[in-house]
Write a protein that binds this ligand. Sequence first.
Ligand code: GLU
Length: 464
Amino acid sequence: MTIITRFPPSPTGFMHIGTARTALFNWLYAKRHGGKMLFRIEDTDRARHSEEAVVALINSMTWLELDWDGEIVSQFEQRERHADVARELLAQGKAYECYCTPEELEAMREKARAEGLPTFYDRRWREPTQTPPAGIKPVIRIKAPLEGESTIHDRVQGDVTVANAQLDDFILLRSDGTPTYMLSVVVDDHDMGVTHVIRGDDHLNNAFRQKIIIDAMGWSVPVYAHLPLILGPDGTKMSKRHGAASVEEYRDMGYLPEALRNYLLRLGWSHGDDEIISDAQAMEWFDLEHIGKSPARFDFDKLASVNAHYMAQAEDKRLLSLITPFLREHHKVELCDISEARLLAGMAELKTRAKTLAQLADEGAFYAKAVPLDFDEKAAALLDKDTLAALLEILETLENFTAGALETACKAVAASLHGGKLGKVAMPLRAALTGRSVSPSIFHAAEILGKDESCKRLSVVISG
Ligand code: GLU
């Protein structure tokens, strides 16, 4: 049997981080078993539908490097097929027409509320004694089982059982002929051959209703795995309040897609104590048995450390192209051949220091900035002109402008002006060359900038 999973988001405008984890789990499960993951857009809410929201989902999946099989399916486009299934159930006597008016339904709701009943529809059209009223278009309702219990064998939650009295004769087809969400999901999953439904546990209750339709049609019940929610660090549902809830925001903060995948994988699934898990390992190991039963809390520090790991491993050229938009937007810097070459020369050191691409761009921007630099407050306070002038005099005479030679020059100035304290020379040099008080090794950075550029930066500070 080919394993077929599905990713069926509703287009809300962005991809929630929990939705991304659901996509990842479905993707890994399919990969692990040589199966397929299908992508369906649940776009039946036409009042709120927007194409941009669909594009946002596709962009997030593409950025996360989660690929799917086949064409993207639009649920809305299958609506006639969904309606046909409702009519088929009606013809088989497994569903019925209900002619209740909104007022009647409201009265039933009131009564059920007063009596504390779990459902409200009193099934008055299930075995009708009255003739259908003229001029009212009926809805089609499912005949839910009246007695006994239903059990979902969930691969994460275990067996979950409810009394059938909790389940009502819910609507399959509205009076305007449009299918309900509950029906559409079941028909699409069946038609797409879905074998495994891996989704958020906010859908566990729906599974009981969906199973009624599946049983009525005589279709096979998929394997269910309902995942606990992702919580923010404070234990409430992860939302914008916690910093970032959408995939796009993580991209814009400078996380790498492979780091987010690794982090989201660990957030709710475990393989012993392993924290760093490559895609290849994840595809070999991922299973439903090791998904945690309780909600996981998002931990930004851990995400940053996972990201730092992947940044340090990433290829220098790739990082250069990934920081280019950060340099442009945060530092107003456009790269040229010279600045690119400098950044590449400094990348080995830069990439082991930064936790995000944004930080990497912050730390590397000095390689690409034009003089005069802008100095941050701490750097401005370090610009000791006398020291820098003494240093410049030596630097201008250097034939081999290497990190070693620069260090020797700084030591000489420190010996003559600062009682041998190297920091008293190196710190002003760092401030003058980078505009900042922290940077990668300043002797190495100066070597990369080269003699002309370094001396120019020093002269501008001295004469400024
Ligand atoms: N469209 C639903 C959602 O975005 C998913 C439904 C399902 O997985 O069955 O929450």
